[in-house]
Design a protein around this ligand. Sequence first.
Ligand code: HEM
Length: 440
Amino acid sequence: MPHTKQVRAGNNHDILALGFGTTIAMWAIGYFCRLPVIGAPPAVAGVLMLIALLAGGYAGGRTTRRGVLGGVWLGGVAWLLNLLILGSLLTASDSPNQMLPSALVWLPGSLLAFITLGALGAALGRLGGVRPAPDQEWLPRFACIAAAATLLLIIAGGLVTSAEEGLAVVDWPNSFGYNMFLYPLSRMTGGIFYEHAHRLLGSLVGLTTLVLASTVQAGRWPRWVKGTAWAALGLVLVQGLLGGLRVTGIFTLSTDPNVVMPNIYLAITHGVVGQVFFGVLIALMVFLARDWHADIARTKSPVAATDIGLSRVLPGLLVVQLVLGAILRHVFFGLQIHIMLAVIVLTLAVVTGVRAWGNYPVQPRLAKAGLVLSLAALLQLVLGLAALFATGANLGLAPTAWNLVLATAHQSTGALILALSVYLMLWLTRLLEPVPPPAS
Ligand code: HEM
């Protein structure tokens, strides 16, 4: 089926991608600025978030033909999504779920500010010169944005585990009896910030996946592409449930320690499913790409079968290694086997990556992904050793800032390597045609 038929004329994929992308950039800034190990002043975080909104509008002005009105729409979408955190600024800190009277001014005022900044950014973008992206490119970009948000969430989840704050908030889906979207920002400090911010980011990723999957269902995509979108949605729902049940063990709104039953095995499962979900989003992004469906010539190669074969083994081995890593992080068991398998997995990742980089210079997509995969695998080796020494030197003590950073960087780079391996496996399969070696 030609790809152009799969995208309906006049769709809003650009506004969705830009609105969600801008919001995720704003949340990433807010999250990192407020991290206890960074602690930037709130005014700095606020200004940077507004600059991100302006930059989103600018990108919209340059890459779409919608002009200033596109900026207004983008600002509107970003405002709607930011309602997920706006409530935490507008509630009384001493009485659960009680909105402050100033909310009546803040809600319309913030909407006006969002659409004004979006429109201003778009106007500036138009001045910079419009270079519109083709319609078909916006949906894979939206999937890429969902994947980027998930990587941020994986980092946030890794920080929860590294800081040993998985149970800092005792209940779920409420937070200390508050509706989670109305839990006051002033109370989100220390360990509570790590845990609660992770929940809020999880909600944003869930919503992004829901909108992405629904948009794919509305398009004329092959059934297996729609199936991949459903799989992503199913996994994110399961992941949210696993995260919550890790805290409470059963379905209850109680905050009573005698009722809730935190479950470490669900924490391990949650750590692994999060990374698998990330891999599925990457597969969806690849399946939505224009080139995947285009009638492009495959590169014939006598070594293609070996490269495709290696790339198919890698993601499976990586998942086994991720399971071992999650067990090690949560119950401090299996260090030796984790290290032994790491040697095999990282060697395979480097070999697969270097072969893709060196064997197919005519396929830039393969060459680039292969190079990045090999470099990420080498980085992972360094991070693993650094995390081992940092945590080993600190046994039995509260985690230091270095422990947090190194252990989380190691866990998140593992997720990135899985994503790269899925990407490379799919494109190697799509772009190569194995042929028998020439007769000698
Ligand atoms: C929706 C998508 C979500 C993703 C992709 C995700 C991902 C992750 C990841 C990768 C970790 C780190 C695991 C590790 O270090 O081994 C983590 C930790 C955690 N997540 Fe999530 N998460 C999601 C949603 C949620 C939700 C909705 C909750 C609700 C409470 C939650 C609660 C937790 C907790 C408590 C931890 C720390 C576990 C511990 O250290 O014991 N997560 N998450």
